[in-house]
Design a protein around this ligand. Structure first.
Ligand code: DP6
Length: 331
């Protein structure tokens, strides 16, 4: 029996992907930009079996001891990914599999658990089919899983996903290695409850927001400016833009039809606290994905102070500290 082990990080987007230009090919409207997270990752082990009728996935939940078999709903996107990869590779080969997946963080809580899982799956399946793919090809495969952000977990460190014009030109690449800048993402777990509406569902309504086109226009200027601030390591400009960008995406979410309110009262309280911290001279900025939990972006030198401050508020159940990390790797 052949065994393949893959580890893949989740990522936090500084420029968000929200809305799909082509749903089938998972093509976004705009470029997005993210950092891979060192302490939020999926470890996936795939046992390759001769009998193709066996397709199993066992999942070990965050902070639990045992793997539990997952049902049809969970296996369906895995099966789809298997079919997509076969089609892309043009192979008629078949195999069965038994997978064991472990997440180092709570899933479906706005910490991009699909990104880490599907990027790991793309690399694992590619290896199982003996395909020698480039990083660009792997990021395209990961995107085709349906979880677009998975494409950004493949390359190392700080990653830019080019929206592209077609499936071949919509891929992610590293713009800086993990050690380029010692910025930290403190994930504030405000709740471990799973969100009720997934991103896949949410993307569909993005264009119905009256502010959708305005955001696209704003991003044409904002995205290259943020990239410049990042490359120059101008933290004040970069952080300010990151926070604006997250609020701009949530503005779309809240004004699309049906509106999506991912924030809880705790999220708003925390956002107010973050602003108060800045007014006291502590440089920290917030970003939020599709969930109520908050990601605090600060420089390593301020991490301890920020953590102390946040812990003292007593709002966060847990704080997960992340530096920039490598992309998807075969173990
Ligand atoms: C708000 O469709 O990639 O996180 O498959 O659930 O990971 P999942 O989501 P995906 O949309 C991501 C939406 C976002 C913003 C972002 O990460 O760019």
């Amino acid at each position: 029996m052949k065994r393949i082990s893959v580890r893949s990080p989740s990522n936090i987007a500084f420029i968000k992907y929200w809305g799909q230009r082509n749903k089938e090919l998972v093509l976004p409207y705009n470029d997005s930009f993210s950092m891979n997270l060192s302490n939020c990752y999926t470890e996936l082990q795939i046992e390759i079996l001769e009998d193709p009728s066996i397709q199993k996935l066992d999942f070990k939940e965050y902070q639990t001891e045992t793997f539990k078999p997952m049902g049809e709903a969970f296996l369906k996107p895995v099966h789809n990914m298997y079919k997509t990869i076969k089609q892309v590779l043009g192979t008629s080969e078949d195999f069965g599999f038994h997978m064991y997946s472990y997440n180092s963080f709570p899933k479906k809580a706005g910490i991009a658990s699909s990104a880490s899982f599907f990027s790991a799956l793309a690399m694992g399946f590619a290896r199982a089919f003996h395909a020698e793919l480039t990083e660009k090809e792997l990021s395209i495969l990961a995107r085709l899983s349906g979880s677009g952000s998975a494409s950004r977990s493949i390359p190392d460190g700080f990653v830019w996903w080019h929206a592209g014009e077609s499936s071949e030109t919509s891929f992610a690449e590293s713009i800086a290695p993990p050690d380029y800048w010692d910025i930290v993402d403190l994930v504030l777990v405000l709740s471990r409850e799973e969100k009720k509406v997934g991103s896949q569902e949410g993307h569909k309504g993005a264009e119905t927001s009256p502010f959708f086109l305005a955001r696209q226009e704003y991003l044409k200027i904002h995205a290259p400016e943020m990239k410049q601030a990042f490359l120059k390591k101008d933290f004040t400009k970069f952080g300010t833009m990151v926070e604006h960008e997250a609020l701009s995406m949530h503005h779309i979410m809240m004004t699309q039809h049906e509106p999506l309110f991912f924030w809880s009262g705790k999220t708003v309280l925390m956002l107010q606290q973050i602003s108060a911290m800045r007014q006291k001279g502590l440089e920290v900025y917030a970003t939020i994905d599709a969930g109520e939990n908050i990601h605090l972006i600060c420089q390593k030198a301020h991490e301890e102070q920020v953590t102390r401050h946040v812990a003292a508020q007593g709002i966060a159940e847990e704080i997960i500290s992340n530096s920039a990390a490598r992309g998807t790797t075969i173990l």
